[in-house]
Design a protein around this ligand. Structure first.
Ligand code: ZN
Ligand code: ZN
Length: 280
């Protein structure tokens, strides 16, 4: 059996800009195969657009095409494979997707989260699910379509591996649950895992986009030391205040004030932001 779905499929890498005109993503009708034993069928409720999606569109991260994009999504479980049911998934659960599945048994997984999962990374690189192959085909000509990081969330439905989904409470709104899958775990994970923040630590966040704000929210929720937001855009500093920053500065103000902290998260990915962060 298959489910007829619609999804945004990337059919060309490195199309001419602006993409508004060249439209490298097409909304297509696809046949989605039923979930295998390790998999679940999810009706997508919300999906976020991430810079990593753009990196596939512009060829910065080379992936096989045609690929149904989207790796930050949440939805409701509609079918459950037998092994996935043993893992605790039930029809009606709200799930958030994880873009790097973990087998829990390989050398990478044995590093306690430091290194990525070996078979999970291989499946992502091949555009397949953990159990191998794709569940996606174009309706009509039957051409196979690749999965994006095991999620392919820019669609009405997705089949994902049980190791690519986490159940969240029904009270978590889907648009909030969706961003837990990439932006929040990237920014929040930097504070909790890479930064290993501990009580008393002042934490500075440089670059207050989606990832930076997620780091800031996480730092504020920990309640350890001062939470300091740094960005060149005044409106972002105001927003950071609303979200719990104790102090906010432009990069110049931070330098003038002689701000020094033990933990700095650089969330802009820009050389100037890195220089600002390094100086703190
Ligand atoms: Zn992302
Ligand atoms: Zn693994």
């Amino acid at each position: 059996m298959t489910t007829s779905i619609r999804g945004a499929v990337l059919t060309e890498i490195g199309a001419t800009r602006p993409y508004r005109d060249s439209a490298p993503l097409e909304i297509r009708v696809l046949d989605l195969a039923d979930p295998r034993t390790d998999e679940i069928l999810v009706r997508i409720e919300a999906a976020g657009i991430c810079h990593s999606d753009l990196s596939v569109v512009d060829g910065n991260r080379v992936r096989p095409i045609p690929m149904l994009l989207g790796h930050e999504a949440a939805g409701i479980v509609e079918q459950v494979g037998a092994r996935a049911a043993q893992d605790g998934f039930s029809v009606g659960d709200r799930v958030v997707m994880a873009f790097l599945p973990r087998c829990g048994e390989c050398d990478g997984c044995r590093t306690g989260g430091v290194m990525p999962c070996v078979p999970g990374t291989a499946a992502n690189g091949a555009g397949e699910l953990m159990s191998g192959g794709s569940r996606l085909r174009f309706a009509g000509d039957g051409t196979g379509v690749f999965h994006h990081l095991g999620v392919s969330g820019f669609a009405t439905h997705a089949v994902v591996d049980r190791r690519s989904a986490v159940v969240v409470g029904a009270d978590v709104p889907p648009e909030v649950a969706a961003v837990l899958g990439c932006a929040v775990l990237t920014g929040g994970g930097a504070v909790v895992n890479a930064g290993a923040a501990k009580d008393g630590d002042d934490i500075a966040i440089v670059g207050l986009g989606g990832v930076g704000m997620a780091a800031l929210l996480t730092a504020a929720s920990l309640g350890y030391g001062r939470v300091i937001g740094i960005d060149g855009v005044r409106s972002k500093l105001d927003r950071a205040r609303e979200l719990g920053a104790d102090e906010v500065y432009t990069p110049e103000e931070a330098a003038d004030a002689g701000i020094r902290v033990p933990l700095v998260v650089e969330a802009a990915g820009h050389p100037r932001a890195f220089e600002t962060a390094f100086a703190l």
